[in-house]
Design a protein around this ligand. Sequence first.
Ligand SMILES: Cc1ncc(COP(=O)(O)O)c(C=O)c1O
Length: 318
Amino acid sequence: MTDISANTVFHEQINQILTLPSPLQKLEDEVFNKREIQIFVKRDDLIHPEISGNKWRKLKYNLLEAQKQGIGQIVTFGGAYSNHIYATAAAGKYFSFETVGIIRGDELNENSSETLHFASQCGMKLHFVTRTEYREMRELPDSNWITQSFKNARIIPEGGTTSLSLGGVGEMVDEIVQQLGQAPDYILCPVGTAGTISGIIAHSSPKTKVIGVCVLKNGTYLLNEIETLLENASMVNVGSVQNTTNTNFEILWNEHHGGYAKKTPELLDFVSKFNAEHDFDIEPIYSGKLFFAFYKHFLDNIKPNSKVVLVHTGGLRP
Ligand SMILES: Cc1ncc(COP(=O)(O)O)c(C=O)c1O
């Protein structure tokens, strides 16, 4: 068992830099009143403009563990538009870690994405590899090349999901319960690598049904990922007490609108209407698909008096 919760200096830094707990905002809509249900949005997008949403939640205990072991370098993976690369580079800047991003694709140049320019400005060293090399490294993050080149680094996989990530996500669930004064009936979140939903499952009361909206096509392999993450998380002691055998969850597999980062006109229309009518924004890749699925396919099945929380996992850039 690893216990890495007690690093007071790091916790002080966290409190200075980040907005925690993130707000739990009530979503107002006549439809909800008619159905006598209460809908809330967990505004993790407000944690920090550059390390927002589930990115912070998933990084927290990975960074704490690195710091505890005296490791000053973080190596991670992503594409040219990756939210995880963006947030890890920013976290490195704020929490004084050297960061290295292994990037799928071309060299940094004036045509590179805003994500890569930002990461580089934060001090992240970018290492570009071909798609084939990237796939090999992603499948074998402990491959010789990586471990030989970065001997004293902490290696965090694509998307930032490790068994330590679940503890940070669990703290979001604890905040919800505290803010609501009770465990909600449902928590809904988008699913990409399944780290976020695994943390929610492990830290939710069995009374809470956890619903994931898978943002990619053919994502059912993620059920194995969830099982493995929950199994591994039972070996580490971070965040609050977890129930890694909780099975009260369901994933909606057909709400991806064509696949990862694909957008139907219906989805884009929904997102722009939602953004025009509310005081916060969603984006079409994660939160848009979550809110769309909620309104179009989930709302009808909610029993009166239910309390439902949708997690805004960030993804909007400053
Ligand atoms: C903004 C945003 N929301 C949701 C997700 C999906 O979370 P997870 O990969 O933990 O399933 C991601 C990707 O990590 C993301 O960048």
